[in-house]
Design a protein around this ligand. Structure first.
Ligand SMILES: Cc1cc2nc3c(=O)[nH]c(=O)nc-3n(C[C@H](O)[C@H](O)[C@H](O)COP(=O)(O)OP(=O)(O)OC[C@H]3O[C@@H](n4cnc5c(N)ncnc54)[C@H](O)[C@@H]3O)c2cc1C
Ligand code: SF4
Length: 440
């Protein structure tokens, strides 16, 4: 697809508030005494305070309040699952409809970006060096808070652009790349040194040069199905598809991927929804998501599912792939089997059981695999759980090695950006407390 068409197809969908709309919405807040919205925000934003600032037209004050706790204000405003977090708690109050907290946060962040961001309060510079590995939301948040606490921060990123999944995974129609670039630039302006194309294979060895290390390398190694025919051309990992489209937008070039008219997506999470919508935007006429359990067990958020359905995508549940079919090395279809739900398994969901003799075929021009991913690095010397996630102390996020901290998807598995931001912030304060406690 040509760059111009791509940029149009992937332009941001949700419009922002005008100043008057923002003030009107903020004025609906009934100022609950216990502010359940703030308690539900994993980054710990003082939500009721910033809403009050907007209601009184103090937009600069509002963004200052937000950034005290969440340095990725404009990003999280766009992609947080608000109905499960801040707005979900707001709806339990006396209001008939929850305050649109995410859109108010976006308004405050966009206003600031338009006018040029203001510096944040930081402590006096120390000469102590700390390192951060990975520039996703966990690493960016840890680096920004450590810098504000006065440390000399080096952030190492293996890719050519910082941002992690924010830059390479989440499609631009939900999170424009410029918003990620602007917020990363702001963190750099605080004094964080970002070293791109600089993978760290053994983060523990950084302790030779740095007092403490935070690891936020996420989970970017996609799982495979292990089915016959998986090597056929036209079968693509969801993250590779999303990455190629993102790269084309960042580099302002044409996108090389051709998926054809009939695409199947295997999986039931947000990556499945995002890649299905992406396939539609790239021109696929029929896109079907195949999921082996029922809709109740689908991990994708309700809003994401609804949006995919509104784009004309169909979701076929209780369907398990058996093998890929091909013609001259190219995928041409999928043999599937109908499933029924059995007992609850170790994942806490009902186990899908194939119905013998129910095999059927679905023709396709491309198949997208979106069945989840695991950690891409196995940091040497750190305790990990059986799935490879790094084990940490729940409160301080310190790993089994003193001085090494970790957060984000690397310790939780696939989660949310705001949870990663919260981890980065928590670890930064824990690192500071630990360093201050060391003998001088
Ligand atoms: C398709 C998709 C859609 C999503 N949609 C949403 C959404 O709408 N809302 C939401 O809140 N969450 C969403 N998520 C989840 C969210 O993006 C993640 O929870 C979040 O990005 C995790 O942050 P992180 O910092 O832990 O890891 P990541 O964002 O994965 O960042 C890790 C970084 O570490 C770098 N790295 C890896 N190894 C090394 C190394 N050895 N040396 C140096 N750097 C390294 C990587 O290149 C990457 O930049 C989505 C995830 C996906 C995949
Ligand atoms: S960061 Fe996300 S969860 Fe927290 S208040 Fe903002 S929109 Fe809500």
């Amino acid at each position: 697809m040509h760059y111009e068409d791509l940029a149009k197809a992937f332009s941001e969908l949700q419009p922002g508030f005008s100043p008057q709309e923002a003030v009107t919405e903020a004025s609906r807040c009934i100022k609950c005494e216990d502010a359940p919205c703030s308690k539900a925000c994993p980054a710990g934003i003082d939500v009721s305070k910033f809403i009050r600032q907007i209601a009184s037209r103090n937009f600069t004050g509002a963004i200052k309040v937000i950034k005290e706790d969440n340095i990725l204000a404009g990003i999280c405003a766009r992609i947080c699952p608000q109905s499960l977090l801040c707005e979900g708690q707001c709806s339990s109050s006396e209001l008939a409809k929850p305050i649109k907290i995410g859109r108010l946060q976006r308004f405050a962040a966009d206003q600031e970006m338009e006018k040029g961001p203001k510096p944040l309060r930081s402590l006096r510079e120390k000469t102590i060096r700390v390192a951060v590995v990975g520039s996703g939301p966990a690493g960016l948040s840890a680096a920004a808070f450590l810098k504000r606490l006065g440390y000399d921060v080096d952030l190492f990123e293996s890719e050519s652009h910082p941002g992690g999944v924010l830059m390479y995974g989440i499609p631009a129609y939900r999170l424009p790349k410029e918003v990620v670039t602007q917020e990363v630039k702001y963190i750099q302006s605080l004094g964080v040194k970002i070293h791109e194309k600089h993978p760290i294979d053994n983060p523990v060895s950084l302790l030779e040069q740095y007092k403490a290390v935070f690891i936020g390398t996420g989970t970017s190694l996609p799982y495979k199905l292990g089915l016959p025919g998986e090597e056929l051309s036209g079968i693509i990992q969801a993250l590779d598809l999303l990455r190629e489209v993102s790269m084309a937008l960042i580099e302002q070039r044409d996108c090389d991927i051709t998926l054809g008219d009939r695409v199947v997506v295997i999986g039931g999470g947000n990556a499945a929804m995002d890649s299905a919508v992406t396939a539609r935007k790239l021109g696929a006429k029929k896109v079907t998501i195949l999921y082996r359990r029922s809709e109740n067990e689908m991990p994708a958020w309700e809003e994401e599912k609804k949006f995919a359905l509104a784009q004309g995508i169909s979701i076929q549940t209780l369907t398990g792939p058996v093998r890929f079919l091909g013609k001259e090395g190219q995928v041409s279809g999928l043999e599937c089997v109908e499933m029924r739900l059995g007992e609850v398994d170790e994942s806490g969901r009902n186990r899908p059981i194939p119905l013998t003799g129910s095999e059927f075929r679905i023709p396709c021009s491309a198949a997208i695999l979106a069945i989840g991913q695991g950690p891409s690095i196995a940091p040497e010397g750190l305790e990990r759980d059986p799935s490879g996630l790094v084990r940490v102390d729940e409160e301080t996020l310190v790993t089994s090695v003193p001085g090494i901290y970790a957060g984000g998807d690397l310790i939780r598995g696939s989660d949310t950006a705001v949870q990663a931001v919260g981890d980065g912030k928590r670890a930064a304060f824990a690192i500071d407390t630990w360093i201050q406690s060391l003998p001088k």
